[in-house]
Design a protein around this ligand. Structure first.
Ligand SMILES: [Zn+2]
Length: 489
């Protein structure tokens, strides 16, 4: 069942002249739970104010959880309209140093001080009556890109060398992570980063507190986020599957919507639905129109999420947004019900790398989504028995782990980019495997209509009989004629 949430600062809940209207707006929009920021980049929000805000919301029938900004964020991700936003980190934390030796401002590296402070914050929030602490925007050690990141300051590199018995420097690490030839080193460095993020999570886990973490769009081990390890150590962890496209300029692109669908489906490979939350975010303020915010919520539901979590930084959404969500509420509920009633299967898999430590392209092509295929991204270490067709598209390596999985599919299609990258291996495999096909096209990162048609035509040549989506209606391969005549099955 769908549940709607809103993440916000506590101040609007203390504003006597406007708070009744705000809560009424939220309730009309179907919001059942709010998440109040309690700890921002090392600073604790006044606990008495937090308690008052929480009490007011609860008196009005809302559930209340806490969230934190555990390490700071590279750049002002809270509210660029607000010149008073406090973005510096505490003096006893240290800034993350990138592999070029430059400082990543606004953002703390994860060290014992930062871990301890986050643990203390969770304890204070717990004592103030909060039962969940979502480590939100943004617990990770790198930004949205392909590269392996982390803190490359002298102290962190020394710590790494001590734990992993190595003699690296920032320069050697930079070179090895760029040439990608020393996989053992890449895996060690990534494991070192993941242990740091997981340690912050562990510090916030205590009796009476359920921790959560926001996971960036396609965030994985290369950003310090090892979801299986976090789940193993803290099984009840909540996850925001941090998606993207927070403003109209980005979200308006069909390929961007497709990427968001893929991103959610990919993270759901690791997470059970009740623990997964959307990132239905507007950023910067007002930059995503109300109808697009509603669309984003629908998209999250379609992708398989039940907890829809709206967010707009420290700017509180204004009336127009709440009205739009309230107006859309019956549709969202019907949509949720329709999605919940059906069994979800993905006969088409999109090969999405082998492991975060391989630093392969972070955003896969959304072409199969735009072509209406029931597709989800899967990486080599993930299993899913329902795959019939594997699309191996883009600059991903056909590693031994992937080679072992190829016989599980009725058919595997390589696009030109993947075929070129893995030429010798594919040629060798084709000598004995009959299910491998090279497609004479490149699946691009911004597919147009022509590319979509080409893929649909290519898939149409096969005998696959899985449902597909076209023009918002389901149909089966070979039923295009009926579709044109207006008959749907
Ligand atoms: Zn450091």
């Amino acid at each position: 069942m769908m549940k709607m949430h809103y993440s916000m600062a506590h101040e609007p809940l203390l504003e006597l002249s406007t708070r009744d209207a705000l809560v009424a707006n939220m309730k009309k929009a179907g919001i059942e739970k709010i998440w109040i920021a309690g700890f921002l980049s090392g600073d604790m929000i006044d606990l008495e104010e937090l308690k008052q805000a929480k009490a007011f919301a609860e008196q009005n029938g809302l559930e209340v959880g806490a969230l934190t900004i555990p390490v700071g964020h590279p750049g002002n991700s809270l509210n660029p309209d607000d010149p008073d936003s406090k973005l510096t980190i505490p003096a006893h934390w240290h800034y993350r140093i990138d592999k070029r030796g430059e400082t990543a401002y606004f953002c703390g590296a994860i060290d014992t001080f930062l871990i301890e402070d986050n643990g203390k914050a969770a304890k204070l929030l717990c004592d103030a009556g909060f039962k969940e602490v979502f480590l939100d925007d943004d617990l990770r050690i790198g930004n949205l890109n392909d590269s392996i990141e982390g803190c490359y300051c002298d102290a962190c590199v020394t710590e790494f060398n001590a734990i992993y018995r190595r003699q690296e420097t920032r320069e050697t690490l930079r070179a090895r992570l760029a040439d990608k030839l020393d996989l053992a080193l890449m895996k060690d460095w990534v494991a070192f980063q993941c242990d740091k993020v997981t340690a912050v999570m562990k510090a916030t886990e205590m009796e009476g507190v359920q921790p959560g973490i926001m996971v960036m769009h396609f965030g994985d081990e290369r950003h310090g986020i090892d979801i299986p390890a976090i789940r193993e150590q803290i099984p009840n962890t909540l996850f925001r599957v941090g998606e993207h496209q927070f403003n109209d300029r980005k979200f308006a692109n069909p390929y961007a919507k497709g990427e968001e669908m893929l991103g959610i489906a990919y993270h759901l490979n690791f997470i059970d639905k009740p623990f997964a939350y959307s990132e239905t975010t507007i950023f910067p303020p007002r930059s995503l129109k109300a109808h697009n915010l509603v669309y984003k919520a629908k998209l999250a539901i379609a992708a398989g999420l039940e907890n829809i979590l709206f967010m707009s930084g420290t700017w509180a959404m204004d009336d127009s947004y709440w009205k739009a969500i309230a107006n859309a509420l019956p549709v969202l509920r019907a949509f949720d019900k329709a999605c919940a009633d059906g069994e979800r299967t993905y006969p088409v898999h999109l090969a999405y790398g082998t492991h975060g430590a391989y630093a392969e392209p972070i955003i896969p092509t959304s072409l199969p989504v735009l072509a209406g295929l029931p597709v989800k991204p899967l990486r080599a270490d993930q299993c899913d028995g329902d795959g019939e067709l594997l699309l191996f598209f883009g600059d991903y390596e056909l590693t031994p782990q992937w080679q072992a999985k190829l016989p599980l599919y009725n058919q595997v299609i390589f696009d030109q980019k993947a075929a070129l990258k893995n030429k010798a291996i594919i040629e060798a495999l084709m000598a004995t495997a009959s299910n491998l096909v090279c497609w004479d096209q490149v699946a691009t990162s911004k597919p147009d209509i022509a590319e979509v048609s080409l893929l649909q035509a290519r898939i149409g040549q096969e005998a696959s009989d899985f449902p597909r989506v076209a023009e918002g209606e389901p149909y089966r391969v070979g039923m295009a004629e009926e579709l044109r005549e207006g008959h749907f099955i």
